[in-house]
Design a protein around this ligand. Sequence first.
Ligand code: MN
Ligand code: MN
Length: 266
Amino acid sequence: MKLGSPVLLGIPFDANSSYLRGAAEAPPLIREALRCESSNSWSETGVELSEPSAFLDSGDLRLSPDTAFAVIEAEVASILRKNERPVSLGGDHSITYPIIRAFAGAYPDLTVVHFDAHPDLYDEFQGNRHSHACPFARVMEGGFAKRLIQLGIRTMNDHQRQQAERFGVEVIEMRELPAIAKLKLTGPVYISFDVDVLDPAFAPGISHREPGGMSVREVITHLQAITGNLVGADIVEYNPKQDISGLTAMVCGKILKEILGRMMTR
Ligand code: MN
Ligand code: MN
């Protein structure tokens, strides 16, 4: 089956953030950074992203807290029915749960590669089972991904370690990197990219600054190493309210460029 175009989809939603709001404001700023004239429009892998045929853009969803998850899941499902590849921009990490529910309908053998400082495997957090600290517990207990590979984790605790064991999550902690060989994958692959996997020195515009993280270069090297059919991705947890001089927006633009470049490189 030939894979269709990548489609950008802005998700302005941060109601499940446990600490700071702001990730809802990310989508237009990531788009702006992608097109910023300070750089050119080529990925490092040699894909020209300013070609009109390079990718599509569905704009930003309009969401209210009560119905947000249902709207996100329905929109992603509708993109997948067209055989296109959703790349969502913005939001807190809770939004990955409805996205992957939709993917499970189209790709029952999905591998999720999850970049994050945090495992996001809490059964519940502050009384909220849909907190941005919980999406991968919901994904795995629902059986919505065949494999979950986590990269860059540096906040593991006993509860989440038990959850990881219970669900068979393949956790690669920050201290174990690099992990290039573990990214030789087959079948459909989805990348969930939490910006806080980066060291806050590279990406201060996040809600949970966890020192000791990846450099931008390490992220790009790992992204480019992923094999398999890249069928979708998200970039979550960019918080413009915490950013300094638009630095993190540019990092998000670069990572988006490399994800799109990876999707379009044969
Ligand atoms: Mn996360
Ligand atoms: Mn995180």
